[in-house]
Ligand binder design. Structure first.
Ligand code: NG1
Ligand code: MG
Length: 526
């Protein structure tokens, strides 16, 4: 998916000199040893001290699942689990000289093998996406960041060689966007190493393009929230007409406290390169074909490949901008009334539905799912997927409106608002189960348990099919909820973790509480 980037604020990501600028007091104290350990690992690997650190957080999507590629707004927040990069041995390379970047993983060097790449200053780095290496994400973002630097006449063009060491508390393939944290962190490190200042929007663009170069056809949600997260607010990310973000402060509880989100992993990973071909890309294809079929049913003549574009063409950009919830409510009804086939559709029958019966399946694919593998042999659930997308988009606006209505004000029934937010999360999960078919038995068990033990609402987050769920709870119930889930979910499946310090350590990154965090930043002179 391509999107133009038009972000609020023209600033560069911040540079800080104290952990307290990012973390609250207690978390800063807990985080300090990680920076020290990474410093030591850098010295051990490269023989000199790093000159700066980059911090790049993971994200959790609070609501708005599988609708970013349909063009609709989503509502994520940055997490208190992050990737740190130590950057050092920065040396400018003259024109035509060889630029080399060395990359080391400080936590799991045996699993994430070291790598390095070189190119002549002034030439483009080639990336081999057929080899699945964790360094591809870093290389991809390195290359696209240099392209941004070189396309901006205001920025100098002398490139530097440098070294990177990485450490992470973000679980991989858990639906918490470790990949975007890595590409955003790599973009920021490349910027800093080259001694230039770029705007956040350029870095978001570079990180998105970098992930594409690594072979993942993603939307822009993950990179936007990672780079632009707010310390005390979730973000609404809009994709049309441009990528645009606005803070969504969460309503306080009746005790005047910030509510808490509990992130809980299923113990079943959701590795993109494994399930993408079967499920994620197929959903993208179903979402695109559904939009095209709807456009045909509404007699829209301009080409539209997303549901958002169809609604925009039918209701007009003004209705979409000023009354999105009302417009979507109308659209949901119309969709039910006029979508031509409510059941499963055979791929071979789609051209007929579009009145272009001489179109081959190969051409249909080339038009609506280019450059992606996907298996449609089980049929296309166009109606069910479309129904989810429209209702989920509506829930995002409802969630946003509830938060904004109650932001900072002392309302009569604050917990009522949290209950209503929880209800939207609950409905979102049901829709992912029943209409989008992207849940798993483990996700259903965890969300049910979370709601039983005091969550206002709980839902899968990220693409699904494994990974994590997110639950909304008051601060005073957070510890109790975590204890209950440990008892009834984790210790049932990993009894050995109960008394083993290493198991407890694993568990602390499997289930944890997070409030919204700041987006990525640089630290100097810590
Ligand atoms: P995950 O698989 O959790 O990183 C993916 C997409 C998002 C969005 C969600 C579903 C990538 C990098 N991310 O998230 O853009 O479509 O699924 O809402 O592909
Ligand atoms: Mg990802």
């Amino acid at each position: 998916m391509t999107c133009t980037v038009d972000l609020d604020g023209d600033e560069a990501p911040p540079t800080y000199t104290s952990l307290a600028d990012v973390y609250d007091f207690k978390t800063a104290a807990q985080a300090a040893p990680r920076y020290e350990a990474l410093y030591r690992a850098y010295v051990a690997r490269f023989g000199s001290a790093p000159s700066l650190f980059v911090r790049s957080p993971g994200r959790v999507n609070l609501i708005g699942e599988h609708i970013d590629y349909a063009g609709f707004s989503v509502l994520p927040m940055a997490l208190n689990r992050d990737i740190l990069l130590a950057v050092g041995d920065i040396e400018p390379v003259g024109p035509g000289g060889t630029v080399t970047v060395r990359l080391h993983h400080a936590d799991h060097a045996e699993r994430y093998v070291d790598t390095e790449w070189s190119h002549q200053s002034g030439t483009v780095l080639e990336i081999d996406k057929t080899v699945h290496h964790w360094g591809n994400y870093v290389q991809g973002a390195y290359r696209t960041t240099l392209e941004q630097i070189q396309s901006d006449a205001r920025i100098g063009q002398t490139l530097s060689r440098f070294n990177l060491a990485v450490s992470s508390t973000l679980p991989i393939a858990a639906g918490l966007s470790s990949s975007a944290a890595l590409t955003c962190g790599a973009s920021l490190a490349t910027m800093a190493a080259n001694g230039v200042v770029m705007k956040s929007r350029q870095l978001v663009r570079a990180a998105i393009d970098g992930e594409h170069l690594a072979g993942v056809a993603c939307g822009g949600m993950d990179q936007s929230i990672c780079m632009l997260g707010h310390r005390e607010a979730a973000l609404r990310v809009d994709f049309a007409p441009h990528l645009h973000v606005s803070p969504v402060p969460l309503p306080l509880t009746s005790a005047g406290e910030q509510p808490v989100f509990i992130i809980a992993q299923t113990l079943k990973t959701a590795e993109k390169h494994k399930y993408a071909a079967v499920q994620y890309n197929l959903r993208f294809y179903e979402a695109t074909l559904g939009a095209v079929v709807l456009a045909r049913a509404l007699n829209i003549s301009v080409p539209c490949k997303t549901y958002h574009a169809v609604l925009n063409a039918y209701y007009g950009p003004e209705a979409m901008r000023s009354a999105p919830a009302e417009t979507l409510a109308e659209a949901m009804q119309r969709f039910e009334d006029i979508f031509p086939v409510k059941g499963v559709v055979n791929e071979a029958d789609v051209p007929e539905m579009l009145d272009i019966s001489d179109l081959s399946i190969a051409s249909l694919r080339a038009r609506y799912a280019p450059d992606m593998q996907c298996d449609a042999s089980g049929g296309l659930h166009l109606f069910a997927r479309g129904k989810h997308i429209l209702a989920e988009a509506h829930r995002v606006y409802a969630f946003d409106a509830l938060c904004k209505l109650n932001a900072g004000s002392s309302m009569p029934d604050p917990d009522g608002t949290l209950k209503a937010l929880g209800q939207l999360m609950h409905e979102s999960h049901r829709s992912c189960v029943e209409l989008y078919d992207c849940s798993s038995p483990e996700l259903d068990t965890l969300t049910t348990l979370a709601e039983k033990h005091g969550a206002f609402g709980s839902r899968l987050t990220g693409a699904g099919w494994g990974g994590s769920c997110v639950s909304l709870v008051t601060a005073d119930r957070a510890a109790g909820l975590i204890a209950s889930l440990c008892e009834e979910y984790y210790y049932q499946r990993r009894p050995e973790w109960r008394h083993d310090p290493a198991g407890q350590q694993q568990l602390s990154n499997m289930i944890f509480a997070s409030a919204p965090q700041a987006g990525a930043n640089i630290f100097r002179d810590l």
